[in-house]
Design a protein around this ligand. Structure first.
Ligand SMILES: C[S@@+](CC[C@H](N)C(=O)[O-])C[C@H]1O[C@@H](n2cnc3c(N)ncnc32)[C@H](O)[C@@H]1O
Length: 200
């Protein structure tokens, strides 16, 4: 089975339980920083938006126009209920085809690591294409390189894939971004490699 199909099936299955697992506000500090970097009335694309909270909802509360995309229909159903002000679409992040320079910001929080790492560079290039000049990319991936398939939330098989942070950093730069911030941070008792980057 294609890894993306395994992930989609997994999230469709865990969707009703995801909220209990998601520590809703452990990303507040980073989200506040994102707001400092974005212009007023920004157009933001939230990639792998999940159930829409906390990220899409927080962004809507800032007065931004938010588009959320996710591969799981069940997660999107929740997002539509949770954040009716945002616009949600079923999309595999490998296939995003929004017009060039559509967004001031793109977020991919706890989502890129579900795509095989060999595809990350193409995704970064596509993010760059869809961002306006000075647009901000904010995402996280795992703190170590490798691929893993294991049981998620005791309910479904799940796939994770990461390059080591140094490699992710070099891919981001090669895709045309300048780095604003990159660090491995502990959020909700979980280490992830967090990156803010800008399209020059
Ligand atoms: C751990 S959840 C995070 C959700 C949300 N970003 C948050 O911070 O709560 C990962 C989400 O990424 C989505 N996802 C995984 N692979 C994807 C892909 N290839 N394209 C779009 N969404 C994907 C999953 O369906 C799931 O909703």
């Amino acid at each position: 089975m294609k890894k993306e199909d395994l992930v989609k099936k997994g999230y469709d299955k865990v969707a009703p339980y995801f909220k209990m697992f998601r520590n809703l506000f452990h990303n507040e500090q980073e989200l506040k920083y994102l707001v400092e970097l974005l212009p007023e009335n920004a157009q933001v694309l939230d990639v792998g938006c999940g159930m829409g909270i906390p990220v899409a909802r927080y962004l809507v509360q800032q007065g931004y126009s938010v588009t959320g995309v996710d591969i799981s229909e069940k997660m999107l159903e929740l997002a539509k209920q949770n954040v009716p002000e945002a616009d949600f679409h079923l999309y595999d992040m490998n296939d995003l085809d929004f017009p060039d320079t559509s967004f001031n910001g793109i977020t991919a929080i706890y989502s890129l690591f579900h795509v095989p790492k060999e595809k990350h560079f193409k995704i970064f290039q596509n993010f760059h294409r869809m961002l306006r000049t000075k647009g901000i990319l904010f995402f996280c991936v795992g703190p170590e390189g490798g691929d893993d398939v294991s049981v998620f939330l005791d309910k479904a098989e799940m796939f994770w894939s990461n390059y080591p942070p140094e490699k992710t950093l070099s891919l981001i730069k090669s895709a045309g971004f300048e780095i604003i911030f990159d660090e491995i941070l502990d959020r909700g008792d979980e280490l992830q490699y967090w990156v803010f980057a800008r399209k020059p």
